[in-house]
Design a protein around this ligand. Structure first.
Ligand code: ATP
Ligand code: MG
Length: 251
């Protein structure tokens, strides 16, 4: 119990939601992530930036249990979840919004949202549904539509809303701004910020470094399987410095 508590507390006394230590993962003969060290606190947005193919999606898939860890560990609130199945992680409060359009064809937007709340106790589901609609009021007009017929940007919003149906402690967002018009992208940034302010931990993977850094508390760059060890406080470090490092990877 003592070990659990100390593991869950950072030195500053803030609580760590997700702690990744020495994580190694890959596909077949390829090692994509090498010795990843990263933590996300409650009430914190951590951005992970990196070029195409850097392993950002793989990192999120490891956290949600879709890609197994070959070495290292993942702790959720001090509990080792490295061996947990994806569904157990969802029930434990880890929600993953995958990249791209992932609507269930033939189901309406309402049904897609309710599927996202399947681990939520039935009594709380209706309240959660109302809260999510309050966050994204534009979705009220789409509730009866087949979700797979929505535009790409609209599907991104529904995918984000669906993850919020299972009141997660930890939200893993894979490029949530892709394909969104700037005004809608800012709505999504506002929703992510609100989510953080409610005490949740957010791991945000984005190509759009500029927008991600507007809301991130901390940012890292993933490159050649390694994550920048130095935690950069997004508020203090010049955005340009991260962008230079980030753009430097594109050469
Ligand atoms: N299922 C898979 N099987 C084999 N290799 C894979 C698989 N998924 C991804 N990869 C490879 O792993 C590497 C990392 O891919 P990943 O999708 O994690 O990158 P990413 O940083 O999310 O890229 P992007 O910015 O384009 O989304 C790439 O070289 C990719 O080709
Ligand atoms: Mg990706």
């Amino acid at each position: 119990m003592f070990i659990r508590l100390t593991q869950a507390m950072s030195t500053a006394g803030r609580s760590i939601a997700i702690q990744i230590d020495g994580l190694v993962a890959g596909y077949g003969g390829a090692t994509i992530l090498r010795d990843i060290q990263l933590s996300v606190e409650h009430r914190q947005i951590v951005a992970v930036l990196g070029r195409n193919g850097a392993g950002k999606t793989t990192l999120l898939r490891c956290l949600s249990g879709l890609v197994p860890a070959r070495a290292g560990s993942i702790h959720l609130d001090g509990t080792d979840i490295t061996g947990w199945s994806p569904s157990r992680r969802v029930a434990g409060g880890v929600a993953h919004v995958p990249e791209g359009r992932r609507m269930i064809a033939g189901l309406t937007v309402r049904e897609n949202l309710l599927v996202g709340g399947y681990v939520t106790p039935r009594k709380q589901r209706a309240a959660r549904f109302a809260e999510v609609l309050e966050l994204f009021p534009v979705m009220r007009d789409w509730l009866g539509r087949d979700a797979s017929n929505l535009s790409g940007g609209q599907q991104q919003l529904v995918a984000a809303a669906r993850a919020l149906m299972s009141p997660p402690k930890v939200l893993l967002l894979d490029e949530p701004l892709t394909g969104l018009a700037p005004s809608v992208a800012y709505d999504v940034l506002d929703a992510i910020t609100l989510f953080r302010d409610q005490g949740r931990a957010v791991l945000l993977v984005e190509q759009n470094a500029h927008m991600a850094l507007e809301i991130a508390d901390t940012a890292h760059v993933l490159d050649r399987g390694h994550i920048t060890e130095q935690t950069r406080e997004a508020g203090r470090v010049q955005v340009e410095e991260i962008e230079r490092g980030y753009l430097g990877l594109q050469r």
